[in-house]
Design a protein around this ligand. Sequence first.
Ligand SMILES: Cc1cc2nc3c(=O)[nH]c(=O)nc-3n(C[C@H](O)[C@H](O)[C@H](O)COP(=O)(O)OP(=O)(O)OC[C@H]3O[C@@H](n4cnc5c(N)ncnc54)[C@H](O)[C@@H]3O)c2cc1C
Length: 429
Amino acid sequence: MAEVVLLGAGLGGVVAAYELKDQLRGKDRLTVVNKGDTYHFVPSNPWVAVGWRTRKAIEVKLAPAMHRRGIDFIGTPAKRVHPTENRVELEDGRSVAYDYLVIATGPDLAFDEIDGLGPDANTQSICHVDHAEKARAAFEVFCRRPGPIVVGAVQGASCFGPAYEFAMILDTELRRRRLRDQAPMTFVTSEPYIGHLGLDGVGDTKGLLESEMRNRHIKWITNARLVKVEPGKVIAEELNEDASIKSTHELPFAYSMMLPAFRGVEAVRGIEQLTNPRGFIVIDKNQRNPTFRNVFGIGVGVAIAPVGKTPVPVGVPKTGFMIESMVTATAKNIGALLRGKPADSVAAWNAVCLADFGDGGVAFVAEPQIPPRNVNWSAKGKWVHSAKEMFEGYFLGKVRRGQGVPFMERFALHALGIEKLKAKGGKAR
Ligand SMILES: Cc1cc2nc3c(=O)[nH]c(=O)nc-3n(C[C@H](O)[C@H](O)[C@H](O)COP(=O)(O)OP(=O)(O)OC[C@H]3O[C@@H](n4cnc5c(N)ncnc54)[C@H](O)[C@@H]3O)c2cc1C
């Protein structure tokens, strides 16, 4: 009998729980340890922030869903992982021992790296549903006294899609309220160009997003490094190609949402050989830590090198579908090890993304996520908004039912030629 422990039940962890359960032998035990007892669908946070969704609509209680699948659940955060002792220490002093550990703890939000950044200081956030609710309250106050808006992503950020989404969603909602004419908007980003997305673009995301922003009268500043945020004022330096300062901008705002840089969570940060200097889990192509071979990493919390050098540091996004491919590879690899077989499944790391703008959106497929690619496609249209709503309902349904990858989903993806695992020899299978 083996003890498998999964740390973190967010987008990656919750799917991993169900897929891992399917891979275990009869007597093996799976325990999920999460910070809190509720799952939130993070991609819907921008909708919560403008009142298009309630918190309740995007939440799932984890314990009943896990118990229905025969998975033990602990809603207490890990304080520290002790990989040399094969145990996880919990905040309440308990310890959970493991034979295999999967770390899916997502990002720690590094607001503290910029003076005045974040929901406890001067800007809003949509990274967590708590923040999105706070952003919603601030948005209602803003609508009573509209003024300039600054939205974007700071230096070292790796998640750019939601910043674009939120700028466009704000634009859509303000037009519906007939307030857009009183709210000039500036998009401030560390990306070297609009639509880079931490991926050096996908298809024509540069052209598509620039045109969308021009149509919506959203100005932009790229290669931006935030110096600080004062109450009602973002101070940002715009850099040249050689990283010298081109100009310093002082941008007044009545409402601002800036995505922070991510780093690994405290429970794993600073553990030699397990994490890199930013606290991300170091993994090999099989999602396995090269030193602690019984530890696997999935999701936003794993280390991936940037796609190339940029004047302002820009990270690589770990998008939902890419994370699901990490999950499938990890579950299969642990299943194989339990049966004495080699752990040779490799995640395809394909990105299939729907960026919603409230009244339309941009979709892209990057296979693999890191260039050069076999598939490099993007398109825009009204259908993207509906597709994202459908996906939200489908995903939350899967989480409530305790399903990993239903046959229907596997069939549909296969028909589209989008695979989660790489075949040996490099091709997707
Ligand atoms: C606002 C926003 C919108 C996004 N929209 C999209 C989108 O539309 N499409 C897309 O493909 N990607 C999107 N992403 C990117 C990505 O899919 C999400 O960030 C996704 O939630 C990441 O999944 P994860 O499992 O790695 O981390 P998370 O979903 O953040 O889950 C981490 C889990 O670990 C838990 N945890 C943290 N610390 C501990 C601890 N010490 N002990 C135990 N548990 C712990 C947390 O409570 C949480 O449950 C978005 C990201 C953001 C921020």
